[in-house]
Ligand binder design. Structure first.
Ligand code: FAD
Length: 458
């Protein structure tokens, strides 16, 4: 008899042997990463408790219309709103690529579901709820329970202190898997003169709807996916929208083709007390609002590792394969640190690997070997002039990374159609940002995906 290891359609099976060692594992967070980690850990036979400070699962995908009291996140005592979604957000990956491999993200023919290939955010939340229902994960989650301390004890176990309405609790675990997300703590652009600039500042973390920008002159710092969507949306009500972009080519600067009130600039040089914003290309604009679309910081306020794990210029380290701090492995693990990836897939592979290592079915190199690997990686980054803050950006290497994890777990690599679909979409997102979600040319890949998904559900 065998148990399915990944998608049943992949025809990959492990001999059914009882798990060699079952561990008591705390998973922090019930977003996509925490849910798939809980699923994989339980499949492997571990005892899992998932701590979730919100009262719902889904993390990022739980839209909230309210925003934080300090929209640029400087006040440490502000109320935290976890999500960074805006109301109109549609996915930037097609659903075929986005879903977990073991539970395809297919359109459901049900009322209130969004069948589009690049659906709105509510559909992603519904998908995560379906995933949790399918694998009975809700019973593992302690909702409304925030971990405020996770620290290693002298005997190598982990003390997890949490709080919820009923009070404070302390429990001991063999291992902790951190899945707390990294799209909540705003990173701000460093702008000379900003402390005296009298206008309003906000961050894309706190953008929900365009209405507050009506008749305003708005500067958006950054030009990645969110900035792109937000600039187009607020241009419908704002007086002027100016995008400051580090990567813009000189030939593209100026008014955007197809828009009356959006301009592309180089980076901001400085801002001044008369509301002016000076760009490096020499343009000067008197603005009402600056919106930082400059990404997010990793943040682990609850984690105590006696200085073993540090965060420096957005490098969380040392981490072997972006997952294990070598000297604490496998008792402390992180899921979801890589960025510019197809996140759900990466979470799934990372979780499988962690689960297999914790049960001693898969082995890790020695701490010294892992540390040497991390150091070699840092040195190669340095030699290529890549800044520290890009440590966890995988982008073009992501499938190599996922395939490596898959191989370690004894599974097949990612399907070719999925890789091609990801790269075709990325290219179209760059070249046809206004239309890529509704027009495409990869029908042949969709057919391959559908064929595989239909086998999965048959
Ligand atoms: P999260 O979803 O952030 O979940 C973390 C969970 O941990 C939360 O529920 C939080 O409440 C909980 N938590 C945090 N701290 C504690 C604590 N101390 N104690 C207890 N619980 C805690 N990805 C895509 O695949 N496609 C897209 O189109 C896409 N669009 C995006 C658009 C935006 C604007 C953003 C911000 C992200 C987007 N992403 C997209 C990436 C998205 O974040 C990931 O897909 C994924 O949902 C992240 O999952 P996660 O579980 O790592 O983190």
């Amino acid at each position: 008899m065998t148990i399915p290891f990944t998608s049943p359609t992949l025809q990959f099976h492990l001999p059914q042997v009882p798990p060699i060692i079952s561990k008591k594992v705390a998973v922090i967070g019930a977003g996509a990463a925490g849910l798939v980690a809980a699923h994989e850990l339980r499949l492997e036979g571990h005892k899992v408790a998932v701590f979730e400070r919100e009262i719902h699962l889904g993390g990022t995908w739980v839209y909230r219309p309210d925003i934080e009291s300090d929209p640029i996140g400087l006040d440490p005592n502000r109320n935290i709103v976890h999500t960074s979604l805006y109301d109109s957000l549609r996915t930037n990956l097609p659903r075929e690529v986005m879903g977990f491999r073991s539970y395809p993200f297919v359109a459901k023919k049900r009322a209130n579901r969004d069948p589009r290939r690049f659906p709105g955010h509510r559909e992603v939340l519904d998908y995560l709820k379906d995933f949790a229902n399918e694998f009975e994960l809700n019973e593992l989650v302690r909702f409304g329970t925030e971990v405020w301390h996770a620290g290693m004890m002298e005997n190598g176990k982990w003390e997890v202190r949490s709080k919820r309405k009923e009070g404070h609790f302390t429990e001991i675990y063999d291992a902790v898997v951190v899945c707390n997300g990294h799209f909540t703590e705003p990173r701000l652009a460093e702008i000379p003169g900003i402390e005296r600039w009298p206008g309003k500042q906000t961050h894309s973390h706190s953008y929900r709807v365009p209405e507050p920008f009506r008749d305003q002159i708005v500067i958006l710092i950054g030009n990645a996916a969110s900035a792109h969507d937000i600039s187009r949306e607020i241009s419908e009500v704002a007086k002027e929208v100016h995008i400051a972009s580090r990567s813009a080519q000189a030939v593209d600067l100026g008014k955007l083709v197809g828009y009356n009130n959006i301009w592309l600039h180089s980076v901001v040089h400085s801002v001044h007390e008369d509301f002016s914003v000076a760009f490096q290309d020499g343009d000067v604009v008197h603005a009402d609002i600056i919106m930082h679309c400059t990404g997010y910081k990793y943040h682990f306020p609850f984690l105590e590792t006696n200085g073993i794990v540090t965060l420096e210029d957005n490098r969380l380290g040392p981490l072997y394969k972006h997952i294990f701090p070598p000297t604490l492995a496998p008792w402390l693990a992180f899921v979801g640190i890589p960025s510019k990836v197809a996140p759900f897939l990466t979470f799934e592979f990372q979780s499988k690997w962690i689960a297999g290592i914790l049960s001693d079915r898969i082995s890790l190199p020695s701490a010294e070997e892992m540390m040497a690997g991390v150091k070699a990686f840092y040195s190669s980054m340095e030699a290529s002039g890549i800044p520290k803050r890009y440590t966890h950006i995988l982008e073009h290497n992501q499938f190599e990374y996922d395939d490596w994890l898959a191989a370690e777990c004894g599974g097949p690599p990612i399907e070719e159609w999925r890789k091609q679909m990801y790269f075709i979409t990325s290219k179209r997102r760059m070249n046809q940002p206004e239309t890529y979600r509704d027009q495409w040319e990869d029908e042949h890949l969709i057919l391959q995906a559908q064929e595989e998904f239909s086998r999965h559900f048959s």
